[in-house]
Design a protein around this ligand. Sequence first.
Ligand code: HEM
Length: 542
Amino acid sequence: MGTHSKNMSKTNFLSNLILLAIFITVLTYSSTNPKFSLYLAICLPIILYLVHSLFSSHAQNYENTPPSPFALPIFGNWLQVGNDLNHRRLANLSKSYGPIFLLKLGVRNLVVVSNPQLACEVLHAQGVEFGSRPRNVVFDIFTGGGQDMVFTVYGDHWRKMRRIMTLPFFTNKVVNTYSNMWEDEMDKVVRDLKQNDNMIGIKAKTEGFVIRKRLQLMLYNIMYRMMFDEGFESMEDPKFMEATKFNSERSRLAQSFEYNYGDFIPLLRPFLRRYLSKCRDLQQRRLAFFNNYYVEKRRKIMAANGENHNISCAIDYIIDAENRGEISKDNVLYIVENINVAAIETTLWSMEWAIAELVNHPKIQQKIRQEIATVLNGKPVTEANLEQLPYLQATVKETLRLHTPIPLLVPHMNLEEAKLGGYTIPRESKVVVNAWWLANNPEWWKNPEEFRPERFIEEEGSTDATVGGGKVDYRFLPFGVGRRSCPGIILAMPILGLIISKLVTNFEMKPPPGEEKIDVSEEGGQFSLHIAKHSTVLFSPI
Ligand code: HEM
């Protein structure tokens, strides 16, 4: 019998013991206190039911579940492992419990996968079985109970949403249509950093500038122009400020550990009332903002042009699908919501990491410059010629390897009981693939803690797992792989390559005066790994 099954029997034994103790205590007391008997008649069945259900809902007798620390009744392993189950803690636990282990967090099962073969099983070979997403009370609010695409269960709704989103967002044609616009937005950043008569330019060349702020505006402009054909004037534009405030508050509330107790122990859920009403209030105002300022505006433009309306941005395609009756008005809004959370911050974190590492590695900046000069012979870098620049591409990959922006991918879930690595995975387990550990485990990488793009050029070794005939390196999965993998990779990779090439060819990027290096300490949420302190960077024009 597996360790976990033994734990289950202990849990059952304990639950029975507690039930018996309650029973004997109340019987003894009620025989001496008749008034109490009345309360007892009402309360005892409820207490017995609650205690029993608390234990029994989790104490299903699964045989052969993955290795797991000893689980306490009610809390499971929660008190031992705590809330902050980040990629590093889970990597450490995998050293004790192996490449697949299970943690019980109250009523939830968390299965953690930490080797390439098992990652291939979850994401590819059993991609259907593990293709759903776990839900919780907070995500139910932010996704309208699964009306979106990113967090919805695997099934017809997800398939339809993914199909509808593909044409306007995730094709080569989209990349070709918009790459000039991306470059325009990037050139504006370069101009701002070079100018001597604005705050950004002056700071950038003297004391250094927190580049995140300007790149955030650039990425909002890129995504909002693709979505709605509309951008923002400046960092002070009230609509930009409102959009960023709404999105960062949404990320904070969804990624916080504060609500775990209500998610793990349903009995405590009533105490989450205030937290949940905060989430509801934010979500209502946020969706109204997307709807009133953007979606309705496009609807009116399309309606005014009647049958002959031109599709001129992504949301027009989506509204068209709504008009054909394929999706609802709410689904349209949740697509906008998903792009706001999935596309912008992830790409922004990656840019911040890349810039910080480049500042700390001036030789790599020089090598990129050299490659561009040699290969392109004075021609500018464009989306079309990125593929001729392997060292630049390797720098992007190395950034995503060392600082995997979504280190545990978006959690997966099996709707039904399943088998993984020879173990039984109870149904509706949250299954995470520790992508950061796959990409930073010294067992598979030489000096993984070093930022060294060369590794992607010189050391081509990978694991044997294959997908559809092509070779997939399951050690390196910053975008996941398989059915639920990131469709935005087609946009994110060229956007990252282009911005790095523009910055490196226009500036020497250095730490601010008086500092030797940029601090690359990390900070993580439930789904994110970002730089703890936004870097201040000195931009010396070349
Ligand atoms: C560097 C930038 C990005 C990174 C590192 C990243 C990473 C990821 C990861 C790890 C997943 C989950 C994969 C899984 O669960 O197995 C994901 C899902 C997703 N990403 Fe990205 N992403 C990035 C940029 C983008 C962009 C630019 C977009 C859209 C324009 C986007 C849209 C999505 C969507 C819609 C999903 C959900 C897919 C599904 O559940 O079917 N991402 N991303």
